[in-house]
Design a protein around this ligand. Structure first.
Ligand SMILES: [Zn+2]
Length: 1039
């Protein structure tokens, strides 16, 4: 929402964000008797269900009214944000401030969701995923708080989920078995073989090994621990894998008793549902059973240093690093003020943006343009996630001997800023950015708010003050007026004259991973040696007990659930209007966009020579960042910041809805701006299409290094996606291109470019790509704006289309360049009717009779965990079996794969999904197993084929599918499916009806027809450490 939104550095979700469940939501509703109006009726002092209102504040800029309450008997705090948004959110957060690195708050976060007094069954949290239409469910452990949020658009669902969440956090069972499963345990490698060695297992144990396999996380953790070495910030709240095995079940239970108490809780509700009902339920189901305590969880201020400190740490080498000789990270961090001082935090946040954001900022100019490293350090800028904020500046991808140079540059820039201040235009651009971010609507506004205020509120700051962004902006402007040196004085105070600063460097050590493994082995040995024969027998017994418990059918009947009949039979339609500027189709979708205009354009790549294709992602990355018209790249960036909310390009491969051998290939250009700035934004696009600059090799190198670094850093977070894209490479033609654009091939391609001593040859490719791509010949556009704005928008869009290359050439005169291109009507309503020359708009689609074949690839990477994926070629979106496969994927995930891969296997996540590309994908995430997980995939198919599931299981899977299908779409993106994929509302309705009709027979049929093994339609890929059994197996390709 505002520039100030930043995620807590150490925040860890329970569910991997990409676990196959969509997490989006929120739409805008204008109603006469609004939630806001109702909220404004409350008066201070009013008593509601055990709570007392103590503040009511309208915040017109955000269209909300905030109501603050306190619970009389326990002191629990409640903030309600009334807003006419049907995507209601609940969250409860506890201040959790551990003093050791056993990961106790993190393990507790997992274990409380494993069963509670009222909901005894194991794992109610995961079971609710399929009994609800939640638009979001998760739990997070941050540095100093633990948060449990959910959101839904359905009021009955809200009550159901609230009941489960309240019971989970206040009355959890905290069973020993769950502690072993989620935390850590000693167990035989093969649990039912007492001859196999004892090893450490546990979900959090493996999760944290995965977290620290990422050097960015490792660096951020060291930084916080060393800059704030006194209290809770000196330990690892998520858990250090070497310390996790020290935690006992008793300690876990004690931590719950002292921290998960209403007196230490902050409740947050958001949306258009009535507050009274929430309060009553919270009071009746939880708070009425407690009395006030003194939780004593507050964090003291860090005592200030009198001298700066320096520190060096090691990490594992990164085999994908752009330059293996330059893998050092170095930064300087400064401890700032208390985050509960809202205006100071707001100011420092803005100051940070001025210092480090974009090519016009002084640190970018001095550090990035100097090409000493690949990018800023993994932690950069303002971080308000701890009680006292910090600011960090530095570089990654540098040579160790350059540390001194970087240090000197940082000091020099600080001096220069104190001397010269900032350009007025950059300050204006920043304030504009806040303005547009306030107006731009996202689908998860409630969650964004909850995260935005969490850290401040956690330390007893005033969350409502934080929401009053306009007031803060006005005060900021006034401060600048009163004192032109306002910002310079801050820089002097917080950076120049601040002795509490830490210089931290981290560089790879070849033996690091081996040492870590050795340390773990020693811990293990120590534990095992101390065991008596009795205890060993006990461990064996417990291992079997755990498997038995995991395998036992669960009675989830105590859990509330929505029914399939609670799902709407129809869905809100999104009317669009199609017009043509001569032959260029423009889709208009009028939406309550709050005065923002969204402009998108898609152009295809059909004429692009094959040898240029691998460069398309790079082209997209740089095309809005190299300068255009008479603007160099700095001025262009300034203009984009001043006039727009962002302009970008990305490669797209759009699978055809009817045929898996057909797809559209192209680039999507995306942008938005305030209505008043539309002419400026379209002017920028015109300059980019007509006259992009491709002459600055040095600047290209900067962008290439950053892109390569970012890709390499992203692998540990998205390893399962890379594995899935690779597994699909040999199954469809679109899959092959997908791997080229978004797979490991692209990471390697960018690494090779980054290693080149000169980039002139690469630079020369860019204008060649431009010729094929930046024209209106095969273009279509889409606009989302308010209906009042559309007439003016259409004038501007027309001007743009007429002023870029390609216009005026008659389509009829041109032959399709390649024989494997075919045409289809652009309007889905016209499908089926004949395509006749020129009267209908068409899209040009690649048609290739692709021969799918099996390929299994192992990418050996220095990770302690695996990412495993298998893909099966199935059917396109419009095939009547597609809905069955969608439901089947959810069914396999919730009823089989989750249990086998996460609960038993100890992986962070695992499941199956089907995307629009027609590839049915099995995956695991941060998985200690590899080949075993693939056999779990196969067994899940056997399970489905045997039809061992009930009608209730099917209904749950359907609910879960619909929670994605009906997830709200932001006004900016409505009509996008139609624009890009040609999916009309009619097709969606048909698809919806087919989803409702999926039954037992169809599911078993689909499993038999598509997922039977031994076919050439399966591909597999694993990213992970050296693996002997794969190495011995000649059917695997090793990379
Ligand atoms: Zn976790």
């Amino acid at each position: 929402m505002a520039a100030a939104v930043r995620r807590a550095a150490g925040m860890r979700p329970l569910l991997s964000v990409r676990s196959g469940r969509s997490m989006s939501c929120c739409s805008w509703r204008w109603r006469s008797s609004s939630a806001q109006e109702r909220a404004r009726q409350y008066t201070v002092g009013k008593k509601i269900h055990g709570f007392t209102v103590n503040q009511v504040t309208p915040v017109p800029d955000l269209f909300l009214t905030a109501v603050k309450l306190n619970h009389d008997n326990t002191g629990a705090q409640h903030l309600h944000v009334a807003r006419d948004d049907p995507n209601n959110l609940f969250s409860v957060q506890f201040r959790t401030t551990p003093l050791n690195s056993t990961g106790v708050p993190h393990i507790l976060e997992h274990v409380v969701l494993c069963g509670s007094e009222k909901y005894q069954c194991r794992d109610p949290f995961f079971k609710m995923l399929t009994r609800s239409l939640a638009t979001f469910m998760n739990a997070f452990t941050a540095n100093d708080y633990t948060m449990y949020p959910f959101s839904t658009q359905n009021s009955k669902d809200f009550q159901n989920l609230l009941s489960v969440y309240l019971d989970a956090v206040f009355f959890p069972c905290l069973r020993e078995l769950d502690f072993w499963q989620e935390g850590w345990r000693l167990e035989h490698e093969i649990p039912d073989d007492p001859g196999s060695p004892l090893i450490f297992k546990g979900v959090v144990f493996n999760e944290m090994k995965g977290v620290f396999a990422n050097n960015e996380n490792l660096y951020a953790q060291h930084l916080q621990n060393k800059l704030l070495p006194e209290h809770t910030y000196s330990v690892i709240s998520g858990g250090d894998p070497l310390h996790i095995p020290k935690l006992t079940w008793e300690e876990l239970k004690n931590f719950h008793a002292t921290h998960y108490h209403p007196s230490n809780a902050r409740f947050f509700t958001y949306g258009d549902l009535p507050l009274e009902q929430h309060l009553q339920q919270i009071q009746d189901e939880a708070l009425c059973k407690f009395r006030k305590i003194e939780p004593g969880t507050s964090v003291p201020k860090q005592s200030r240093w009198s001298e700066p400190r320096e520190c060096h740490v090691n990490c594992g080498p990164d085999s994908m690093a752009p330059d293996p000789a330059k893998q050092t990270i170095y930064s300087v961090s400064f401890l700032l003020g208390d985050i509960t001082d809202n205006f100071e935090a707001f100011t420092l946040n803005l100051l940070s943006s001025l210092l480090v954001s974009g090519p016009n900022s002084p640190f970018y100019k001095a550090l990035i343009d100097a090409q000493i490293g690949t990018d800023f350090a993994p932690v950069v800028g303002y971080d308000g996630s701890t009680r006292e904020a910090c600011f960090t500046i530095g570089l990654q991808g540098i040579a160790e001997q350059d540390i001194k140079v970087v240090k000197e540059i940082i000091a020099k820039v600080i001096d220069e800023v104190i001397e010269n201040g900032f350009e007025q235009e950059r300050i204006e651009a920043l304030l504009h950015k806040i303005e547009i971010q306030l107006k731009h609507q996202t689908t998860n506004f409630g969650l964004a708010l909850a995260s935005y205020i969490a850290a401040n509120w956690n330390h007893d700051g005033d969350p409502v003050e934080m929401l009053q962004i306009s007031e803060n902006m006005a005060r900021f402007k006034q401060s600048l007026e009163d004192n032109p040196h306002f910002l310079q004085d801050k820089v002097k105070h917080y950076f120049k004259e601040n002795p509490h600063q830490l210089s931290l460097s981290m560089s790879p050590d070849e033996s690091y991973l081996k040492n870590q493994a050795q340390l773990e082995k020693e811990k293990l040995q120590e534990k095992v040696n101390s065991l008596s024969m009795e205890e060993k027998k006990e461990i064996y017994k417990k291992g079997l007990e755990l498997i038995a418990a995991q395998s036992r059918p669960q009675d989830a009947s105590s859990l509330p659930a929505l029914k399939v009949s609670d799902i709407q039979q129809t869905f809100p339609l999104t009317p669009v209007e199609m017009t043509y500027i001569d032959e260029v189709p423009v889709q208009y979708c009028s939406q309550p966009t709050n005065g923002v205009v969204y402009f998108k354009a898609f152009t295809n790549l059909n004429t692009l020579p094959e040898d240029l294709k691998p460069y398309v992602p790079l082209f997209c990355n740089v095309i809005t960042r190299m300068g255009c018209g008479n603007l160099d790249y700095r001025k262009q960036d300034q203009q984009i910041e001043l006039k727009t909310g962002g302009m970008s390009a990305s490669p797209k491969i759009l699978q055809d809805n009817d045929n898996l051998d057909m797809y559209e290939q192209g680039v999507l250009f995306t942008s938005h701006c305030l209505e008043r700035n539309l002419p400026d934004m379209m002017h920028l696009w015109t300059d980019i299409f007509n006259n992009p600059h491709f002459d600055d090799e040095e600047h290209l190198r900067v962008l290439v290094m950053m892109a390569a670094q970012e890709l390499s850093n992203g692998i540990p977070e998205s390893g399962h996606l890379y594995a899935a894209v690779r597994a699909g490479k040999t199954l469809t033609a679109a899959g092959r291109l997908q791997e080229m654009f978004n797979g490991i091939s692209q990471v390697q391609h960018m690494k090779r470019i980054a290693e080149k001593p000169e980039l002139l040859t690469v630079l020369r490719k860019l204008p060649r790509i431009k010729m094929h791509l930046l024209s209106n010949e095969n273009m279509r556009c889409a606009v989302n704006a308010t209906s009042q704005a559309i007439p003016e928008v259409s004038t501007e869009v027309e001007k743009f289309i007429r002023n870029i290359p390609g216009f005026g050439k008659k389509k009829k005169d041109k032959k399709l360049i390649r024989t494997n291109i075919t045409e289809k009507p652009l309007n889905p309503e016209d499908a089926g009717s004949e395509v006749s020359g020129g009267s209908q708009a068409t899209k040009k689609i690649v048609f290739s009779s692709f021969k799918a074949c099996q390929m299994k690839t192992h990418f050996q990477l220095p990770f302690p965990v695996n990412y495993v994926s298998e893909c099966v070629r199935t059917v396109p979106y419009m095939n009547p079996d597609f809905p069955s496969l969608l439901v089947l994927a959810r069914l396999l995930t919730s009823k089989f794969l989750h249990r086998e891969i996460r609960e038993k296997g100890g992986a962070y996540g695992g499941g199956a999904m089907l995307s629009h590309n027609g590839l049915f994908t099995f995956y695991s995430y941060r998985d200690p197993n590899s080949i075993d997980t693939m056999s779990v995939f196969r067994r899940s198919v056997d399970w489905a084929k045997a039809g061992k599931f009930t009608q209730e299981d099917i209904d749950e899977a359907k609910l879960s599918v619909f929670s994605t299908v009906d997830a709200p779409v932001a006004p900016s993106n409505r009509g996008l499916d139609r624009f890009l994929l040609g999916i009309s509302d009619e097709m969606k309705q048909k698809h919806r009806e087919q989803l409702f009709a999926v039954d037992h027979d169809r599911l078993v049929g689909a499993a038999n027809k598509y997922l039977t093994t031994g076919h050439s339609t399966w591909g597999a890929a694993i990213l992970g450490p050296e693996n002997e059994s794969i190495a011995r197996d000649p059917t695997w390709v090793q990379r």
